[in-house]
Design a protein around this ligand. Structure first.
Ligand SMILES: Cc1cc2nc3c(=O)[nH]c(=O)nc-3n(C[C@H](O)[C@H](O)[C@H](O)COP(=O)(O)OP(=O)(O)OC[C@H]3O[C@@H](n4cnc5c(N)ncnc54)[C@H](O)[C@@H]3O)c2cc1C
Length: 382
């Protein structure tokens, strides 16, 4: 469709960029208000980010809280579904809701024009008065530009490239980062006969067990989400202390502030233990200082100690990669994350973001809430 220079028509379809959980939820909510939608997706099938994640990956969030609006998981789905279940779930959501996705359509840039938006794709330019960006918060793996990183002769990967845990048998592994992905990697490594595991932790995590006995701890997140942040901070740190004891005795630095506070203010998800703490207590994981530099086979730590890992796994987070798309619109913060999310106005009329914040319950649950908030406002404005 070619771009025109006339002003936007109110009945134009809303453009949703990205067909992940957030984009599908947004499209479905809009259709519920009778608003037509075009979904542009750069990949050639649904759920590509989930398909690319490692085979052992199970959700940290309970299935009952990891749903999009109105669609349950099939009977006998485990409490923490694996990534294959999520792929099937997203496909089923799109099919059952009749959501049509234009695959292979990468959006490169969004431009303000005549009070509406020009959406520049690799296929040409589309126009819309309302655009929802749902391209994912975890789009680009991010590794710090450590001194000497290019000279490293071992293997350096991002946690997103973890692959099969058994491939680390007999290897010495340095995991950098004690957050959510760092603990995911450590949980899997703890079941493997590695030569050595180091954990380089700048800050300690807020950490909850996946289960206590047979009880899935995340089950309580729905109740916690209703409580004041300070209360949830106390509940998380008390649970952590009660279940794990004092992890600083095993070298882990203390968390700089409460888990719910960090989630809200710094968007750092709460880490989940599923075997890593037992390995730490058994001396199979050694906590070391932050990474200072790389040189040849060596990694120098900030306390001067030098180690020689076969593999370094940077569990150092992700970036949204939104700068090229909307970087000139004043809608991103210093880390490239949208300042506004969900129904919160971005300061650019007709431009919305969804899925850009972690939540206590789950991304899926909160995508549904955000989708409804955006759809209500778009429908009201028509
Ligand atoms: C390892 C890992 C484990 C996680 N575990 C959990 C968990 O247990 N529970 C939980 O709730 N959340 C979890 N998350 C977070 C979250 O659920 C996922 O990141 C989820 O994929 C986010 O959905 P989304 O729709 O926002 O983004 P995505 O699933 O990333 O979807 C975005 C879509 O946009 C497309 N796209 C991107 N750029 C463009 C473009 N320029 N043009 C067109 N299309 C584009 C992508 O191809 C993709 O299909 C996890 C994340 C990671 C990385």
């Amino acid at each position: 469709m070619a771009a025109t220079t006339t002003g936007p028509a109110a009945n134009e379809p809303v453009i949703v960029i990205g067909a992940g959980a957030a984009g599908l939820a947004a499209a479905d909510a809009l259709r519920g208000h009778g608003v037509s939608v075009v979904i542009l997706e750069k990949e050639f099938r649904l759920a590509e980010p989930w398909r690319c994640r490692h085979e052992q990956l199970h959700l940290n969030t309970h299935r009952a809280l990891s749903m999009l609006p109105g669609l349950s998981y099939p009977p006998r789905t485990p409490a923490f579904p694996n990534k294959g279940v999520i792929v099937d779930y997203l496909e089923r959501f799109a099919t059952e809701r009749g959501l049509v996705v234009e695959f292979g359509t990468t959006v490169e840039r969004i431009e303000r024009k005549d009070g509406g938006w020009l959406v520049h794709t690799i296929e040409g330019v589309r126009r819309a008065s309302q655009v929802i960006v749902a391209t994912g918060r975890d789009r680009l793996p991010w590794i710090p530009d450590w001194d000497g990183i290019k000279s490293f002769q071992g293997r350096l990967i991002h946690a997103g490239e973890f692959g099969a845990a058994q491939a680390y048998a007999g290897k010495s592994v340095l995991v950098v980062g004690a957050g959510n992905s760092g603990f995911d990697v450590l949980n899997h490594l703890s079941g493997v006969d590695t030569k050595e595991i180091w954990l380089s932790a700048r800050q300690g995590p807020s950490l909850l067990p996946k289960r206590v006995g047979s009880v899935a701890v995340h089950r309580f997140a729905g109740i916690m989400a209703q409580l004041p942040t300070s209360v949830v901070d106390t509940m998380i740190s008390a649970t952590q202390r009660l279940i794990f004891g004092d992890l600083t005795r095993h070298g882990l630095p203390p968390a700089p502030k409460g888990g719910a506070s960090r989630l809200g203010a710094e968007q750092i998800a709460i880490a989940v233990d599923d075997g890593a703490v037992a390995a730490l207590k058994a001396g199979r994981i050694t906590v070391v200082a932050p990474v200072a530099s790389f040189s040849g086979k060596s990694v120098r730590l900030s306390d001067g100690k030098v180690i020689e890992p076969d593999v370094v796994i940077a569990a150092t987070g992700y970036r949204s990669g939104l700068e090229t798309m909307v970087g000139d619109l004043g809608v991103l913060d210093g880390k490239g994350v949208s300042k506004a999310n969900g129904g919160t106005p971005t300061g650019q009329p007709g431009l919305w973001f969804i899925g850009m914040r972690p939540s206590l319950t789950s991304y899926f649950h909160s995508a549904g809430i955000q989708a409804r908030a955006i759809a209500r406002q778009i429908a009201k404005a028509r």
